[in-house]
Design a protein around this ligand. Structure first.
Ligand SMILES: Nc1ncnc2c1ncn2[C@@H]1O[C@H](COP(=O)(O)OP(=O)(O)O)[C@@H](O)[C@H]1O
Ligand SMILES: [Mg+2]
Length: 224
């Protein structure tokens, strides 16, 4: 059986400097993970356990020390990064905005990748009010910005969405609204979703397969 996303024996260390000495910390070693198409997986773990780094490896914002990551059975290192990032959209913990209007921000990825999508439809999917489309992103709330980032991530029609604590900088009402919207998108677009969260309650609400990154290993999290 082939999986949509597969990690085989993935190891990663990071370095930091203490005075003149470079100290190496092994974040994880020999991680193995198989995710089916359309599957929803949550990853929890303490701060600093390597959750963000793990997502960055899947999008090739960083490369592992060793091991292989396969998307549709193809080693992601053999794909042009643009092609990979078109298939695997990422939403960061803090919304990343470019100068300009909401519309321009949503269109950014499409222009980069030569796609043509209906901006109004993307905005609607992500719950960005139509009246905000021509507003400058500077005046948006964090929650609205995060919705714009989600619309932008959808603009390349990704198969896989990597979510790095997408609601952690929001108040709980906005967070739950975005959570519901993301779950609707996952269902409607049959997206494979890897959702990093540090909140147990949120992982419970999201459902799906629950994993924990702990002491450099990914463990299946048994139901409470
Ligand atoms: N590029 C980097 N260089 C050095 N250290 C890093 C780098 N990226 C992350 N780290 C360190 O690796 C650890 C894990 O980081 P991160 O993946 O952001 O964890 P999490 O998302 O689980 O909080 C942290 O201690 C962080 O400081
Ligand atoms: Mg993180």
């Amino acid at each position: 059986m082939s999986f949509h996303l597969e990690l085989r024996n993935v190891s990663k260390s990071v370095f930091h400097r203490v005075n003149e000495t470079k100290i190496r910390t092994l974040l994880f070693s020999d991680l193995n993970l198989k995710i089916g198409r359309g599957e929803l997986v949550t990853i929890m773990g303490a701060s600093g356990s390597g959750k963000t780094t793990l997502l960055r490896l899947i999008n090739r914002l960083s490369d592992p020390d060793s091991g292989t990551i396969l998307l549709n059975s193809i080693d992601i290192c053999s794909m042009p990064p643009q092609e990979l990032r078109k298939k695997a959209g990422m939403v960061f913990q803090l919304p990343v905005m470019f100068q300009g209007s909401v519309r321009e921000n949503i269109a950014f990825g499409m222009e980069l990748w030569g796609e043509s999508m209906d901006i109004n439809a993307l905005a609607k999917d992500a719950g960005v009010p139509e009246k905000l489309l021509d507003a400058d992103t500077g005046r948006l709330s964090v929650g609205e910005k995060q919705r714009v980032c989600i619309a932008r991530a959808l603009s390349t029609q990704p198969e896989l969405l990597l979510l790095d604590e997408p609601t952690s900088s929001l108040d709980s009402i906005s967070a739950q609204k975005i959570e519901t919207m993301l779950l609707g998108l996952q269902r409607d677009h049959d997206l494979t979703m890897v959702w990093v969260t540090h909140e147990k309650e949120q992982a419970g609400r999201i459902g799906g397969r629950r994993l924990i990154l702990k002491d450099g290993k990914l463990e299946e999290h048994a139901e409470d």
